[in-house]
Design a protein around this ligand. Structure first.
Ligand code: MRU
Length: 339
């Protein structure tokens, strides 16, 4: 991750203070605010409020939170802290993968507060290595003419500790001196595209342009999109993919226009126990996210503004499922998998 030319990670263990450190994604792009806490409950709440979000990132962050919980409250680790972290968000399976990993480690006879921290750091490092490998495979694929890439939500550094999944390939192409161009869907209602992806790509100097989600199909119709690449929150055993709401509509439009649609995700996003997409739990978030928006006012302060008819009810499913036959290939750390 490259902020103002300085390399850092979206979440990390601070060895000096012995607690996790994270970039508050709710403040971006208006302010770069780093936070730290030694309270596992604060870590769990940061996942719920989406200060830390994105499938691989919440897995790694939960691992840090659980290492903290093991050291501070060893007697409540199994019965309170594991369920507490598992309940923070329902769709991204990386969270459950990380909780299972930390539970298995805690139950082994080598577990100590120190080895639990080492296990969590190892988990985060592995995610970063996987994302880097995904980017290498993706960059090879995109180097063959598919340079005008459309992406949705944020599947970059911020979502994945470092490198990203969908954006990892774009960053690698860019660092090789190639010139990828990215259409950034704004991603209503929380605007991860407008606020996070656009900011990340600009920090790295990648050529990009923001657009309303509803512009995507029209850009495809006009021949202005060579490929679509998104991340994933859970991939079922049959290859169906849950990702940010709006991904399914992109896949439908891509198929109609004969445009390749790639999913980039590490193995920690794959759920072999989930037979198909209809079995994936879809998070329903607050209607407030649809009826209100955060804005930067003329005094430079962030404030909430109502953007809908007062009193209207609002529907806010946070994810949707794209059936496997709309997906050209899934790119993971092992390579590129076609249906
Ligand atoms: O609700 P969010 O912001 O956590 O959703 C994130 C996404 O849907 C991302 O596309 C996905 O996690 C891929 S992360 C590399």
């Amino acid at each position: 991750m490259n902020i103002g030319g300085k390399h850092c990670r979206a979440v990390a263990w601070n060895a000096a203070s012995k607690c996790p450190r994270w970039l508050n994604q709710c403040a971006l792009p208006f302010a770069v605010i780093w936070r730290e806490s030694c309270k596992p409950e604060v870590i769990a709440q940061a996942i719920e409020t989406m200060e830390v979000r994105g499938a691989p990132c919440i897995g790694a962050f939960a691992a840090f939170g659980l290492a903290l919980a093991y050291a501070k409250h060893p007697n409540d680790f199994i019965n309170h802290w594991l369920p507490r972290f598992r309940a923070t968000r329902p769709t991204a399976v990386n969270l459950f993968h990380a909780c299972d990993y930390m539970e298995a480690f805690a139950r082994s006879h080598t577990a100590t507060p120190q080895t639990m921290v080492e296990a969590a750091c190892h988990y985060a490092d592995q995610e970063v290595a996987s994302n880097r490998a995904i980017g290498t495979h993706l960059a090879e694929k995109l180097a063959v003419g598919e340079r005008r890439i459309l992406t949705h939500c944020n599947a970059g550094w911020l979502a994945a500790v470092d490198w990203g999944t969908a954006l990892s390939g774009i960053y690698q192409l860019h660092r090789q001196g190639e010139k990828p161009f990215v259409w950034v869907d704004e991603t209503r209602p929380r605007l991860q595209g407008a606020r996070l992806t656009a900011w990340e790509l600009m920090q790295e100097g990648v050529d990009c342009c923001l657009q309303a989600d509803v512009a995507a199909a029209w850009m495809m119709a006009q021949g202005k999109v060579d490929a679509i690449v998104t991340g994933a929150d859970r991939i079922a055993a049959n290859g169906d993919v849950a990702n940010k709401i709006g991904t399914y509509a992109l896949a439908l439009a891509a198929k109609a226009h004969g445009i390749p649609f790639y999913i980039a995700a590490p193995r920690s996003t794959m759920d072999a126990d989930c037979a198909h997409g209809q079995a994936i739990p879809i998070e329903q978030r607050s209607d407030y996210e649809v009826t209100h928006a955060q804005v930067l006012n003329s005094e430079g302060n962030i404030e909430e503004a109502m953007i809908a008819a007062p009193g209207i009810c609002a529907n806010n499913p946070a994810f949707d499922v794209t059936p496997y036959d709309y997906i050209t290939a899934i790119v993971c750390e092992d390579g590129i998998w076609e249906p």
